[in-house]
Design a binder for this molecule. Structure first.
Ligand code: ADP
Length: 421
């Protein structure tokens, strides 16, 4: 690793409770960069050894000013920012604004803005002739009987949430009306007025789903991994569970997917840094773009990626953010992760079967991230996971089998929540 960056800083902008923060902090240290965290939190999310600054992410203009002033102070103290990272969807736009002003590697803010608004991204992709489902924006205040002929099944979704929150498949008008009622409380606190007033409906694409992790550099796509999602995702809610790489899709199909992703990046205007894309492949082997985001895979799932024997995903991402790009190597073995779904909402009492699950061949680690006594919720309102199971093996079949076997060993005792109204 290069050690010439000793007195430089890495600004990490993270929403409260980001899973991505800890791995980026560790990675920054390996580069001899001093991390500085900007976040919104009533309580400190910072380990004692790390410096941080409180910003109000709901006031992006103010947050931008605060961070630019901070950058100036750091530069005066001869500790300039070497790079700026937005850990999650909610912070990539602000990170690109800060990096642009400091002339550090960044995506245009206009591009990160599009990745944050599903309706605007759809329009850009449609104009570029990419494969996206039929879609339209509907006003919540409208009477749904006014929406002419609708070709069900459809998917209805908020304009600017992530992790499948509020995404619901509907098969008829009655289900559509019910879904809108369910989504309204989920979006009512959005800072974006348009995202409070409108929803996106789009054609439900039947098929198998993949997720692609890549790095964009000089407008080229460097694919790190293609994950199959082997569980059928047919709704009404779309919970993320298994991610297994390498993909078992045919090379020809994966090539077509890559073309769609690259075309999407160009249409949106993304040029650099991490990229996470989700696609569906229909029964005619046609790939459909569902999402393109300027961030890495979410949660703790980055651990299942091995871009090199020498560096991990977060180190790779930082190398591009500070303009010292590392070159990843193709992953030779199989790996996978299960985002352990919440079986029912309630209070987690305890987890059973952990020792047996850890003994399953090819399981590399299991983390249960919810502490007993805490409340857990399910989709569509919340997208939390109980934890993560990781596996590595020679083939994707072995990886998937190991993850399923480990999950079978686990049981979660969840008690109902009694709420006093
Ligand atoms: P988010 O950004 O919240 O993850 P997405 O739009 O990516 O929202 O949708 C989440 C999941 O919902 C997708 O991974 C997919 O499984 C399902 N989904 C979304 N839109 C469609 C669609 N048009 N057809 C079929 N499935 C969809």
């Amino acid at each position: 690793m290069n050690t010439s960056t000793e007195s430089r800083r890495l600004l990490i902008i993270a929403p409260p409770g980001s899973y991505r923060l800890a791995p980026y902090l560790k990675a920054a240290i390996r580069f001899n960069l001093t991390p500085l965290i900007a976040s919104t939190s009533q309580h400190s999310i910072l380990p004692r050894s790390v410096e941080g600054i409180h910003i109000d992410l709901s006031q992006p203009e103010q947050a931008l000013q605060t961070l630019l002033e901070l950058a100036q102070r750091c530069a005066q103290q001869h500790k300039p920012f070497a790079g700026v990272l937005g850990t999650d969807d909610a912070t990539v736009e602000l990170a690109s604004e800060v990096a642009a002003r400091l002339k550090l590697p960044h995506n245009p803010a206009s591009a990160t803005q599009l990745t944050r608004r599903k309706d605007l991204a759809r329009t850009a992709l449609q104009q570029a002739g990419l494969n996206i489902p039929w879609h339209t924006r509907i006003a919540i205040a409208d009477d749904i009987s006014l929406h002419g002929e609708l070709n069900f099944p459809l998917v209805i979704k908020p304009l600017n949430l992530s992790a499948s929150r509020g995404v619901i498949r509907v098969n008829n008008r009655a289900e559509l009306a019910q879904a809108i009622d369910k989504i309204i409380p989920i979006i009512q606190h959005s800072e974006d007025q348009t995202a409070r007033d409108f929803l996106l409906i789009e054609q439900y694409i039947d098929g198998t789903e993949i997720a692609v992790e890549a790095i964009l550099h000089d407008n080229k796509l460097i694919t790190l991994a293609v994950f199959d999602k082997p569980d059928p995702l047919q709704g009404p809610y779309f919970e993320e569970t298994y991610y297994i790489t390498p993909s078992r899709q045919k090379a020809q199909i994966l090539q077509a997917c890559e073309q769609q992703i690259l075309g999407s990046c160009q249409a949106i205007g993304l040029t650099t840094g991490p990229l996470h894309a989700e696609l569906r492949i229909d029964k005619h082997d046609k790939p459909w773009i569902l999402e393109v985001a300027a961030r890495t895979i979410g949660g703790d799932c980055g651990k299942s990626l091995k871009p090199s024997a020498d560096f991990n995903l977060e180190e790779l991402v930082i190398s591009y953010a500070i303009n010292q790009p590392l070159i990843p190597e193709p992953q030779t073995n199989s790996s996978g992760v299960l985002m352990i779904p919440v079986p029912k909402a309630g209070i987690l009492k305890r987890t059973e079967g952990l020792t047996a699950a850890q003994k399953i061949p090819f399981i590399t680690s299991i983390s249960i991230d919810i502490t007993p006594g805490n409340e857990v919720e399910c989709l569509p309102e919340s997208s939390s996971y109980l934890g993560f199971i990781f596996a590595e093996a020679e083939t994707p079949e072995q990886t998937e089998e190991a993850l399923r076997a480990a999950h079978n060993e686990l049981s979660f005792v969840i008690n109902p929540v009694w709420k006093i109204q």
